[in-house]
Design a protein around this ligand. Structure first.
Ligand SMILES: Cc1cc2nc3c(=O)[nH]c(=O)nc-3n(C[C@H](O)[C@H](O)[C@H](O)COP(=O)(O)O)c2cc1C
Length: 321
């Protein structure tokens, strides 16, 4: 799939997810067949003021490319000015977050708050596109609330100001993550712009991805929560779209082996204690539905060292075999 002058490996992408789509998870999803991955959202202001932790989130390993770095903010000048800092990490794409619903973000006028200000959206996209040597994309929601559904109008502004693609999550800000995503709005956006449209919201299975393509006519799909504890979904979607059926069907042991590797990667990436703490949510997702999952969860959530973690994992895996 072409985004500006850049070609992705396929059109099934891992969504940007703060606290989830870090380097370890992105590498794993790429290996399972994600055509492109996105960083966690990066604060433009944080970069502007040289915050070290913000910059750390932008590290990209060669094995995970193509990778987009997603920035958020609402000051067009600052967002354009930090592009050289973002480019030090060589992203393949720079994505702008116009969808985050979190009060902390929205109260600063960032994320989905921008949907209330189409003029500012145009200014941000224009300035960032002009400053960026790589294609710029934008991720939006359906609108601010049910009385302000403006994704089509917003998408047209985004296209007119130089963006190379647009991702649409079919929920309003007011809905956060509740209810079901409205795929009609993705279809409407697709029918209103010429740049590629990436459909997002509620893809949990390979069949869902096919339905999203068929229903909306979108050019790519983006998977968020459906990939949590389930990076296998990318291979499954690739198989389903190519062959019409899925052979990739990980057993509980396959899941636990992938989980074990994921924990080791997090520890290598972030250090022992932080890696283990951040692994906890992933563990909960990987083991969901497995025998004795709740008991195992209680045990591992108390663990703070990798040696104890390895022992607990070995015992659980042996028990399941
Ligand atoms: C834990 C979590 C973190 C998220 N962080 C971001 C983010 O940093 N940037 C962004 O644009 N969207 C973020 N999102 C939204 C997702 O990218 C996606 O739009 C949303 O989850 C809907 O897709 P899904 O139904 O496939 O999960 C986040 C979602 C979740 C669940």
């Amino acid at each position: 799939m072409k985004i500006g002058n850049f070609t992705t490996e396929n059109n099934i992408f891992l969504a940007p997810m703060a606290g989830v789509s870090d380097m370890s998870f992105r590498k794993i999803c790429r290996r399972w067949g994600a055509g492109m991955v996105y960083s966690e959202m990066i604060s433009a202001k944080g970069l502007y003021y040289n915050d070290k932790k913000t910059a750390e989130l932008m590290r990209i390993d060669s094995s995970e490319r193509p990778c987009a770095i997603q920035i958020f903010g609402s000051d067009a000048e600052i967002m354009a000015e930090i592009i050289p800092k973002v480019m030090e990490f060589n992203p393949d794409i720079i994505d702008i977050n116009m969808g985050c619903p979190t009060p902390k973000i929205v109260n600063n006028g960032d994320g989905s708050a921008l949907l209330k200000n189409p003029k500012l959206i145009g200014e941000i996209v224009r300035k960032v596109s002009d400053a960026s040597p790589v294609p710029v994309t934008v991720k939006i929601r359906k609108g601010w609330d049910s009385n302000n559904v403006n994704a089509v109008e917003t998408a047209k502004i985004i296209e007119a100001n130089g963006a190379a693609a647009i991702a649409v999550h079919g929920r309003t800000r007011e809905e956060f993550y509740s209810g079901t995503a409205d795929w009609n709005i993705i279809k409407d956006v697709k029918n209103s712009v010429k740049i590629p449209v990436i459909g997002n919201g509620d893809i949990k299975t390979a069949a869902d991805a096919k339905s999203m393509f068929d229903f909306t006519g979108c050019d790519a799909v983006m998977i968020g929560r459906g990939a949590e504890g389930n990076p296998f979904i990318f291979r499954q979607i690739n198989e389903y779209l190519r062959d019409g059926f899925v052979t990739c069907s990980p057993t509980p042991i396959d899941r636990l082996n992938q989980m074990t590797e994921h924990i080791e990667m997090l520890v290598a990436e972030k250090g022992e204690l932080r890696g283990i703490k951040e692994a906890r949510k992933h563990i909960a997702w990987y083991i969901k539905g497995l025998p004795n999952a709740s008991r195992f969860k209680i045990t591992v959530f108390k663990i703070n060292t990798i040696s104890e973690m390895r022992q607990a994992l070995t015992e659980y895996i042996t028990h399941l075999q």
